[in-house]
Design a protein around this ligand. Structure first.
Ligand code: PMP
Length: 371
């Protein structure tokens, strides 16, 4: 009789093997840290084997390489997904994770897209908290820095052929990241080239699967070659604005009625449902200072609003930088200058300050989840 499939791994089954003193790494000076280069001492992992009944017991182990069959589905068909969230050391010395429940939910949605096994978000979160607690000294003490958390799920069947993977590996690694807000203006320049699209109707642009990212590198390189920092992803004949780099996008402008309005594209399948995006929408709605609207934005509209001096700010939103102000867009041979950084009290800064205050425990808020 086969065992019933274990539908989740469980925190109660978590086995921990701590690194030996000689395995511990030197903690870097965060002021010199580039994103994603240095990892902490431990990692979390859990295997899924259909033949063994499903999810196996999760483990925290010393950070190590993983060994895969050369035919592993992840390596050929990108049967994989990932998440990105952060832990912050608060002013009170305690470590908080920002809205991790949202990432766990999104991770399960991505798993369904790739035919990978889902799991109980709460159990996963408890395992994550334990991992962060073990490596808590890696959560930088410097203001503005954080610990990036990268949960990953890969299909590891050692068989060629595009098919559901009957075995999978969930692992989570951690890396300290320095202050994103270095001094000076951090407003970015964008390449908006309608030749390219990152997502399309019926695709999976709304899921955090690796196959959405690899093929964007050539476009990012094209932008860099032209001295531009990020790609503004367009879609369709009307050049709809969808996302910027790996961020959601917002526009703050004066509408036809002469009122200020914050607008962001709707979750229509072309857009990753960002945790920061959702948080900004909710916060701005609670402030009630201006209208908050989810609707399509086109490049034509941006050109028109600029002409009429009605475009105030544009910014990207994401875990990496909270908000990233946009300074210019290179579009069909024109450089559109966006006045985001030219206001005395810009909205993007108010949003950044508010989320920062929650993340670093300056204000108590349910979005800052204690480890
Ligand atoms: N869009 C894309 C394509 C992304 O990869 C990310 C980063 N996860 C975002 C938007 C922003 O999402 P979040 O606010 O959850 O970081």
């Amino acid at each position: 009789e086969p065992l019933p499939l274990a539908e989740t791994f469980r925190y109660a089954d978590l086995k921990t093997t701590l690194a030996e003193p000689h395995q511990l790494r030197l903690k870097p000076d965060v002021s010199e840290l580039k994103f994603g280069q240095i990892f902490t001492d431990h990692m979390l992992k859990a295997f899924y084997h259909e033949a063994l009944g499903g999810w196996q017991k999760p483990e925290i182990i010393p950070f190590e390489n993983i060994s895969l069959h050369p035919a592993a589905k992840v390596l050929h068909y990108a049967v994989e997904l990932f998440e990105g969230l952060k832990a912050f050391r608060g002013v009170d010395g305690r470590v908080r994770v920002f809205r991790p429940d949202m990432n766990m939910h999104r991770m399960n949605l991505s798993a369904k897209t790739s035919g990978l096994p889902t799991f109980d978000s709460e159990e996963m979160l408890k395992c994550l908290k334990r991992l962060i607690a073990i490596d808590q000294e890696w959560v930088p003490h410097a203001e503005g820095s954080s610990l990036y958390i990268r949960p990953t799920l890969i299909g590891i069947d050692g068989t060629l052929g595009v098919a559901q993977s009957e075995s999978a590996l969930m692992f989570t690694i951690l890396c300290p990241v320095g202050n994103y807000f270095s001094s000076g203006s951090d407003a970015v320049s964008l390449l908006a080239d309608p030749t390219y699209a990152r997502a399309w109707p019926g695709g999976c642009g709304d899921r955090k699967v690796g196959s959405n990212y690899g093929p964007t590198i050539r476009v990012q390189k094209k932008a860099s070659k032209r001295g531009l920092q990020q790609v503004l992803w367009l879609y369709g004949d009307d050049h709809q604005v969808t996302e910027v780099g790996t961020m959601n996008i917002f526009m703050f402008y004066i509408n036809e009625d002469g009122e200020k309005e914050l607008v962001t594209p709707p979750l229509n399948g072309l857009i990753l449902p960002g945790v920061t995006r959702a948080s900004i929408i909710q916060m701005a709605q609670e402030w009630g200072d201006f209208r908050v609207v989810q609707r399509t934005i086109t490049m034509n509209e941006i050109v028109l609003l600029l002409k009429e001096n009605r475009l105030l700010e544009m910014f990207g939103s994401g875990t990496a930088c909270i908000v990233s102000p946009i300074a210019s867009i290179s579009y069909l041979g024109n450089l559109l200058r966006i006045p985001t950084n030219e206001h005395s009290a810009p909205l993007f800064k108010k949003i950044r300050d508010q989320l920062y205050a929650i993340q670093y425990g300056h204000i108590k808020h349910p979005w800052g989840v204690l480890v």
